[in-house]
Design a protein around this ligand. Sequence first.
Ligand SMILES: [Zn+2]
Length: 193
Amino acid sequence: MDWSRSETLALAMHHCTHCRGSGLRLNRKQMLTPCNCVLRGIFRACYRRFVTCATQERFISRVGLEPHAGHKRPLSWGRKDEEYIADFCLVSRRHLDESEYRLFRYHFLLGADWKLCCRRLGIPRGQFFHAVYRIEQKLGRIFRELEPYALYPLNEYFSGASRAQAAHALTPKRHGPSALPEYLRFPAVAKIA
Ligand SMILES: [Zn+2]
């Protein structure tokens, strides 16, 4: 996917020394790539939503009707909060290696602080925070670029409108004059010599 400045600008940190608040920077191949501050911002937004979904009272979660791009059944029933919790955990499990996932599980899923994680994993404080940053950046990118349904933007995930539908809705429909009904067509004008 292509990252645009309009998307990264709101997520970038204003005092970031790498992107200077724009959210984009050039990589080694001289191509524009999202800055790490943007990727961490995406992960933290997704993580905040995960904590909200996982800790809310059970009765708050609702069954909802979701539109999707299927041509046979355009709507289906689902429990979006539970789906999000499962997606967040499964996508993280799939894309992190063994050591990263152990830290992710202790710190993000079980809520252990850095002292407890360092003692449990046998790593110094600096190494712990470097690993946390690396995990946040890795998952932030995956949550945004995941196909066909990305976890971020969260409003698109929770509103249920798929990107395919949105793109279809934005595509201008091309109708020739023959597609118009008879009463809307202009009368043919005779050529004047
Ligand atoms: Zn930055």
